[in-house]
Design a protein around this ligand. Structure first.
Ligand code: PHE
Length: 400
């Protein structure tokens, strides 16, 4: 018996199968079951099912022919053909289940993704080290229980200068230091320091008060290795009863240890600021030479410089080519680096913002964040911090 591709025996599909011929019905059912078993995939199965169970299939035609049979043979033929069709239907469903399972298994294999395959990766970005350092400083002050505030970068001249006891002729007011916002008679400047936040914070919160205020400040400097017209300060302000310079020193030393590692200390040198009295320049002991004034390599391996590196967990890089015994380039062999200004809040400032200087005293300091990064992490050129080259930021890791 030759068959069509779907296995329908030739000669039976046109006229159908005689429903009273048990062999013919059995043979049609057998052909259907064989064809179902041979269907290799779901498409083939669909064709086989159509050929063997569709309207014009031998068994369907046989089923239809039952109607014309004389009464007595009807029931028997109906049972025979119906049974054959049921078997074919069950076999088709079973075959479909098998082929679908095979297809699903094959899809899992052919569509599997190799997640280890290299791709065209985009380099991950990294937070800028200045932002990370500011957060570190904020964490330090939060840990002391101080508040952290922000002030406006475009500032009223009154807050930037007048409230801070700058006389009308103070040289820092001159156009060459200060970016004045047009038109000048509006009295707005880009703040030249974070100290106006002292006056704002006291006006808003009164005394007692302990706050740190990080932020950008602006001065009309040219960008070079050690200057930038936009830089970052952190202002510290504490106003309370009985505060003295000793408290100032204690906070600065703790901050120096947090920034540069165990054993770091500060020193104060007399200076002048209109808004503090007395005023001082605060220096931090050079984290590269640990105050020895000598280039690294001269100190013992277990010396303070090593302790600094371990405690901070960052690398303090010595300038390349520094010979052992040569003067430390970071601090110019003085053993100290300038970190910012500080002092006891001038009573004029307290009075200007409504705080009674007979009852309260305070101390304040302004620390340079860029300088901290330079000395702590060996960044030799300020321009690296402002030019935005991601390779610079990535050296500090992808901190979040
Ligand atoms: N504002 C000063 C400066 O930018 C630093 C300073 C802050 C000094 C607080 C004293 C007290 O140079």
């Amino acid at each position: 018996m030759t068959g069509s591709p779907e296995g329908v025996p030739s000669g039976v599909s046109a006229g159908g199968v005689d429903p009273t011929d048990a062999d013919a019905v059995e043979s049609a059912a057998g052909a259907a079951l064989d064809a179902l078993a041979a269907a290799a995939d779901l498409d083939a199965l669909t064709a086989v099912v159509r050929a063997h169970t569709g309207d014009r299939s031998p068994l369907a035609l046989a089923n239809r022919a039952i109607g014309q049979l004389p009464g007595p043979s009807k029931a028997e033929a109906g049972k025979r053909v119906g049974g054959a069709r049921r078997r074919v239907g069950v076999a088709a469903a079973e075959r479909r289940a098998v082929l679908e399972a095979e297809r699903d298994a094959a899809v899992l294999v052919t569509e599997a993704l190799d997640l280890t395959q290299p791709t065209a990766r985009r380099p991950r970005g990294a937070r800028h080290p200045l932002g990370l350092l500011v957060e570190e400083v904020e964490d330090f002050f939060s840990g002391l229980g101080w508040g952290v505030l922000e002030g406006p970068e475009v500032e009223a001249e009154w807050f930037n200068f007048d409230a801070l006891n700058f006389g009308p002729d103070h040289p820092a007011r001159q156009m060459q230091d200060t970016f004045v916002v047009d038109p000048p008679q509006d009295g707005l400047v880009l703040r030249t320091h974070t100290s106006p936040a002292q006056a704002r914070a006291l006006l808003e919160h009164g005394a007692p008060l302990y706050v740190a205020v990080p932020g950008k400040v602006f001065r009309t400097d040219e960008l070079d290795a050690t200057h930038t017209p936009v830089f970052t300060q952190v202002e510290g302000l504490a106003v309370d009863e009985h505060l003295t310079m000793a408290h100032l020193r204690g906070v600065l030393d703790a901050l120096a240890v947090a920034m540069f590692g165990a054993g770091t200390t500060t020193r104060l040198r007399p200076n002048f600021f209109p808004f503090t009295e007395p005023s001082a320049e605060m220096d931090v002991r050079c984290p590269v030479c640990a105050g020895t004034g000598l280039a690294p390599g001269e100190q013992a391996a277990s010396g303070p410089a090593t302790a600094v590196q371990d405690a901070v967990g960052t690398q303090v890089v010595a300038a390349a080519g520094e010979a052992a015994g040569a003067p430390c380039r970071t601090c110019g062999s003085t053993g100290w680096i300038e970190w910012g200004g500080c002092g006891m809040v001038n009573p004029h400032v307290l009075r200007a913002v409504g705080v009674d200087p007979e009852r309260y005293t305070g101390f304040a300091f302004g620390m340079g964040i860029e300088r901290t990064l330079m000395f702590r992490n060996g960044v030799g050129d300020m321009r690296d911090m402002v030019e935005g080259d991601p390779r610079f930021s990535r050296q500090f890791g992808a901190g979040v």
